[in-house]
Design a protein around this ligand. Structure first.
Ligand SMILES: Nc1nc2c(c(=O)[nH]1)N[C@H]1C(S)=C(S)[C@@H](COP(=O)(O)OP(=O)(O)OC[C@H]3O[C@@H](n4cnc5c(=O)[nH]c(N)nc54)[C@H](O)[C@@H]3O)O[C@H]1N2
Ligand SMILES: Nc1nc2c(c(=O)[nH]1)N[C@H]1C(S)=C(S)[C@@H](COP(=O)(O)OP(=O)(O)OC[C@H]3O[C@@H](n4cnc5c(=O)[nH]c(N)nc54)[C@H](O)[C@@H]3O)O[C@H]1N2
Ligand code: SF4
Ligand SMILES: [Mo]
Length: 755
């Protein structure tokens, strides 16, 4: 008879990092609830959390390496799988060069310590310029604006939601998404807190989202026009003498230039393009200026659009011009316990960021932070020439459902010479792979949110050990990545991964002791390495990061300071307090100032100026919408999350429905330059006229995928419509909101005939 035990585990499914309490009997999870004692989430969880358990148990989850054969996928041993990869990948590298092997890294990597640490090691060993990730279908514009303004890609100000008096939200729906670039569990409770304190929440969105519904005010905006609107707020602040950067002025370069640039963007001049009347804009500007504290925050809707970087930049311009950057209740910088690029090196000054160091081969689009835009991935595979991608590795990614022009991408994957996927499913993307290497379920691995604690609304640290020991025939994801590193670095399929791991940690230590700005400068690397004994793998590196980080013991034996051991003794996490002002120490720009008007950004203002004269012309544009019981493309195989009425539907305003002859419950064909899909219509005034909203991540109708439950709720892939030619030029980010489309009715009898 087995006895039951309790395990605590941070939920890895989204950015909120909620604490879970699991009841375990033998090798089964028998119950799961929110951890009331979690220092950050205090018991909050969302409906999606159930997925942690279901994914673990899902019979469709891949558990053994799979090799594609003429008769379909066959299970093989790990050694055979790695030998096959070595046999086929190594000649491609030798004959066609490093760039012939491309990589695509998907979103779950950001929630996975193994992947964050060892993915980087593998990418370095591969040495290919053809690195792509979901970041260029997501937040890349924010990395670019933050990098240019504050000096590192991760220096993204986080709204201090727990203290702010005025929260201006653009293109984010935290009530469905649970927050993004804003790690703060229970956003509903935190928004209520703002209102209970007498504060105000204002949401700017082309849809009346769940967040807009609970806000004090919702303002419709035409998709893609946020930069115009934000500029007109900046304009109003200067125009009406309300600009008040206060002590920030001295730390800021380019304030005058921003004022000059804003001159052209009076609220009256952009009202038609934005669909927001000038009086509303002026009033919001005055409210922002009058609030004791205010935070402006933009997310997916402001990033994945044609002016993504300009809008992301202007969000923080507003935070500076109103004096709210870096002050309690404003937009602040987290100080993450595991350290990051803005806690290392010389405080207050650094190298800044360099973008566009190389370009994509086919379209000549700039590199950003070492990667290339995912909107360019298909053409790099299907266009012949030197450095054409001939082999692709995917890691926790489903670009066939997540990136633009999915149809072209799918064909391009089929044309590859070789493809490897590290994933948990045979899905729309991985089914094209020659070898699938299974990642274990999250409950088999330990967790520390290396990425998201960089962007948290409080400083917190929480470590969870693996809930279950790995089965004997499984490999940890970090071991998989190290074995691929062995292959990529020419050490063969059975390279000594312990030696590679030792090398990785030694390199980290070397770098630190040689940095004159580090508290560890001049210390003996051997002594530090020894202090990490007997840990190995991700735990050793995490312990290193924590101990050398801003709260770390610096290997000095101070029991009050942070170590992994201390976190192990604190299963509900350690609260390191509310966000604290970090200027000017946080800056890593060469000037040591906030760069309010970086040249790369200001040169793009011309393009925006041209958009100010746009008028509604009767055409329709497509936007997305996230759903509470969904997680991008990959949680539709969890029965509890897909039950109920069909969710992959098109939201259309009643006026448009009438114009196009569309009927609620019937279907519409939606066509763009890139492709065409058929989806059911829901007529609702929750979207503004001229806008159609379809969620992404659906379209599970590929017969080669092995997603039994998802196939019964297939829906349509909205990224067949997204146009890979539309990108934000400064970041290369895909435009996934504001795509021109045409609509036509599909009557049920026709639908039946087509099917
Ligand atoms: N139209 C439209 N498109 C969008 C968006 C949008 O708003 N609208 N949003 C964009 C955004 S924000 C994002 S982040 C991207 C997401 O883009 P992707 O990351 O490419 O897609 P996901 O659906 O998150 O797919 C995750 C993959 O990881 C696998 N997986 C899950 N857990 C693990 C694990 O622990 N290890 C491994 N190795 N694999 C795992 C899943 O099976 C799945 O294949 O989509 C983007 N696409
Ligand atoms: N339940 C659930 N949670 C998730 C995810 C999920 O798929 N499901 N995905 C996770 C991921 S990877 C991410 S990146 C985050 C994203 O987190 P959020 O950004 O908060 O999520 P979205 O729901 O995509 O919110 C985008 C909003 O922008 C609006 N919008 C579209 N176009 C425009 C525009 O041009 N301007 C403005 N102002 N608004 C616009 C949309 O109507 C939508 O309400 O969510 C994460 N959390
Ligand atoms: S909000 Fe996110 S982290 Fe919290 S339980 Fe839901 S999916 Fe998990
Ligand atoms: Mo995302």
């Amino acid at each position: 008879m087995s006895t039951s035990r309790t395990a605590y585990r941070t939920c890895p499914l989204c950015e909120a990092t909620c604490g879970l309490e699991l009841t375990i009997e033998g090798d089964q999870v028998t119950a799961m609830r929110g951890d009331d004692d979690d220092v950050f989430s205090h018991g909050f969880i969302c409906p999606k959390a159930t997925g942690v358990r279901s994914l673990h148990e899902d019979p469709d989850r891949v558990r053994r390496p799979l090799l594609r054969t003429p008769g379909g996928f066959e299970e093989v041993s790990w050694d055979d799988a790695f030998a096959e990869i070595d046999r086929r990948l190594t000649p491609i590298l030798a004959e066609h060069g490093r760039d012939a092997v491309g990589s695509y890294l998907g979103n779950p990597n950001a929630h996975n310590m193994d992947a964050i640490i060892y993915g980087r090691v593998l990418m370095k060993a591969l040495g290919s310029k053809n690195v792509f990730s979901a970041a260029t279908a997501d937040q890349m514009p924010k990395h670019v604006s933050a990098g240019l303004m504050f000096g590192t890609l991760i220096s993204i100000p986080v709204p201090d939601v727990d203290r702010t008096g005025y929260f201006l939200v653009l293109g984010a729906n935290p009530l469905a998404s649970n927050g993004s670039l804003l790690t703060a569990p229970d956003m509903r409770g935190r928004l209520r807190g703002i209102q209970d304190r007498g504060g105000r929440v204002v949401v700017v969105d082309p849809r009346r989202s769940r967040t807009a519904e609970v806000a004090d005010e919702h303002v419709f905006i035409r998709p893609g026009m946020d930069a115009l609107f934000l500029f007109s707020l900046v304009h109003t602040l200067f125009d009406e003498g309300l600009a008040a950067p206060g002590p920030l002025a001295e730390m800021t370069a380019g304030l005058d230039q921003v004022e000059r640039l804003a001159a052209d963007f009076a609220p009256e001049a952009v009202a038609d393009a934005c669909g927001i009347d000038a009086e509303t804009t002026r009033r919001i500007a005055r409210e922002l200026a009058a609030a004791d504290s205010a935070a402006v925050y933009g997310r997916i809707g402001t990033c994945t659009q044609e002016f993504g970087t300009l809008a992301s930049w202007l969000v923080d311009v507003l935070n500076v011009v109103t004096g709210n950057l870096d002050r309690p209740g404003g937009a602040m910088f987290t100080r993450p316990a595991a350290g990051t690029s803005n806690t290392r090196g010389t405080p207050g000054q650094g190298k800044g960021v360099k973008l566009g160091r190389w370009q994509t081969r086919v379209r000549g689009v700039d590199e950003v932070f070492g990667e290339l835009p995912c909107a360019c991935l298909a053409e790099e595979m299907d266009t012949p020439g030197d450095s054409q991608i001939r082999a692709l590795l995917t890691f926790a990614g489903n670009p066939v459902l997540s990136t633009p022009n999915a149809g072209r991408l799918r064909d391009a994957l089929e044309s590859l010479e070789f493809m490897v996927s590290v994933d948990i499913y045979v899905n729309e993307t991985t089914r094209h792979a020659d070898v699938i290497l299974p990642a274990p379920s999250a409950l088999y691995r330990s967790h520390y949110d290396l990425a998201l604690y960089n962007l948290a609304a409080r400083n917190v640290a929480n470590y969870s050990p693996a809930v279950f020991d790995l089965p004997a025939d499984a490999l940890g994801e970090w071991e998989v990545l190290l074995r691929l590193t062995g292959i990529a670095s020419g050490q063969g399929y059975d390279a000594d991964i312990e030696a590679i791991d030792d090398f990785v940690v030694s390199a980290l230590i070397q770098r630190e002791v040689q940095d004159p700005a580090s508290p560890l400068t001049g210390r003996s690397p051997d002594e530090l390495l020894k202090a990490l004994e007997p840990r190995r793998g991700p735990e050793r590196i995490l312990d290193w990061m924590l101990r050398s980080g801003p709260y770390g013991d610096q290997f000095g034996g101070d029991a009050d300071r942070l170590t992994l051991e201390k976190l192990e003794a604190a299963p509900h996490g350690i609260d390191l307090g509310p966000l604290e002002p970090r200027l000017p120490e946080v800056l890593r720009t060469p000037s040591g100032k906030i760069e309010l008007a970086p040249e790369r950004i200001t040169t793009d203002v011309e393009r925006l100026r041209a958009a100010a004269s746009r008028r509604q012309n009767g055409g329709m544009v497509l936007i997305g919408r996230r759903q509470l019981r969904s997680n991008n493309s990959w949680m539709h195989n969890v029965p509890q999350l897909v039950k109920g009425k069909e969710r992959c539907t098109a939201h259309i305003h009643p006026d448009d429905a009438e114009r196009f002859g569309l009927i609620d419950g019937e279907q519409t064909q939606v066509t763009s330059r890139a492709g065409s899909i058929v989806v059911p219509v829901e007529v609702t005034d929750a979207v503004m006229p001229g806008v159609i909203s379809i969620p992404h991540g659906w379209g599970h109708d590929d017969p080669e995928a092995r997603l039994t439950v998802a196939a019964e709720h297939a829906g349509a892939n909205s990224n067949l419509l997204a146009d890979e030619e539309l990108i934000d030029p400064l970041s290369g980010n895909a435009v996934l909101n504001g795509i021109p489309v045409e609509l036509s009715p599909v009557r049920s009898e026709q639908a039946a005939a087509v099917a």
